[in-house]
Design a protein around this ligand. Structure first.
Ligand SMILES: Cc1ncc(COP(=O)(O)O)c(C=O)c1O
Length: 327
């Protein structure tokens, strides 16, 4: 998906605009009559005598991108995070920023990295597997997408994977735990349990009422996983649903119940991953300790063609012929 820049070998040696002859012919009708009279009838003026040499300052601004850079967008999000923390009387360092780089190319991630960002979130296993080796190994990768247990083995092999935020079944937790044992990862992998706080069928996550049981299962059965907190995705805000506050409140309540039941799990180190581009200020108000922001940092996502599965490269179907045609 992330192709290297194509070889420049087959590009023309000189750009077409330096082909004087062709261009002078095209331009000649526009040469003022007086100039024509001054030159010999069959000779064409060299291009340089007809047009002033190109100076950098003469390049039209229409060739320059007007889209804000990742750097300036990141500054803006940091400022908004800071302002929201001030407004809701929270220390700025109590909320971390996860840059969601799903569908964005390594060059955009590098720009954010060069501007000090280290934690990045990805939603697709194949994309993370492809990007991680191309980028600095001090990046902290968070996996935030829906995860099938048969893909856990690919995640387990990424050395700088720091947090899997979308654990939503005991089967998935067990599988990830056993894959980590197989690859011999030295330190336990941090995980968050995803909670479906908006009760939407299409969304991943366990029911809020299942949290205690799920934490208990992980603590007892998954020694290679380190339970670190909870993650939720608020329901999309619109005129019928003007605020994401109820979802964030629910997640905060789940945290409180967990901290009450398990005395080794304390609020001060508990991660509450909630808040995205359109609702992160509300999430900060309700106690978020990590906001996951994509669009506000990288711009709109480009989903492109459907990705090829990482564990099974499907061959293109054979061309249909009269012989193999299915009836
Ligand atoms: C789980 C999760 N968190 C955060 C984001 C970032 O969303 P946004 O681009 O609205 O900031 C996404 C985007 O797909 C996501 O799937």
């Amino acid at each position: 998906m992330f192709k290297p820049i194509k070889s420049t070998k087959n590009l023309p040696k000189t750009p077409p605009h330096t082909n004087q002859k062709r261009h002078t012919r095209k331009l000649s009708p526009k040469i003022p009559a007086k100039r024509h009279l001054q030159s010999k009838p069959q000779q064409f003026q060299p291009l340089s005598s007809l047009t002033p040499p190109l100076q950098p300052k003469t390049i039209s601004t229409r060739f320059m991108s007007t889209a804000p850079s990742v750097t300036s967008r990141l500054d803006e999000v940091r400022k908004q995070l800071h302002d929201a923390c001030e407004q809701y009387k929270r220390p700025t360092n109590s909320v971390s920023l996860l840059a969601v780089s799903k569908t964005h190319p390594p060059i955009a991630i590098t720009e954010a990295y060069d501007h000090g960002q280290r934690a990045f979130g990805e939603n697709y296993v194949h994309e993370l597997v492809e990007k991680a080796p191309l980028l600095p190994n001090d990046i902290q990768w968070h996996f935030i997408g829906g995860l099938q247990s048969n893909k856990a083995k690919f995640l387990a092999q990424i050395p700088n994977l720091t947090l899997v935020e979308s654990i939503d079944s005991t089967k998935l937790a067990s599988k990830l735990n056993s894959e980590l044992i197989k690859v011999g990862r030295a330190d336990p992998l941090g995980i968050l349990i995803q909670v479906n706080t908006s009760d939407e069928e299409q969304k991943g996550g366990i029911e809020p009422s299942e949290c205690l049981e799920m934490v208990q299962f992980i603590l007892q059965n998954c020694p290679r996983l380190k339970f670190k907190g909870l993650m939720t995705i608020g329901k999309i805000i619109d005129e019928n649903n003007p605020t994401a506050a109820p979802y964030f409140e629910t997640l905060t309540k789940c945290r409180d119940e967990i901290c009450t039941k398990f005395e080794n799990i304390t609020k001060d180190s508990f991660i509450l991953s909630m808040g995205m581009t359109h609702d992160f200020e509300t999430a900060i108000q309700y106690g978020s300790t990590e906001i996951r922001v994509g669009t506000a940092i990288f711009g709109d996502r480009n989903y492109g063609p459907k990705p090829v599965k990482v564990d099974q490269v499907v061959d293109a179907p054979p061309h249909e012929t009269e012989e193999n045609k299915t009836q």
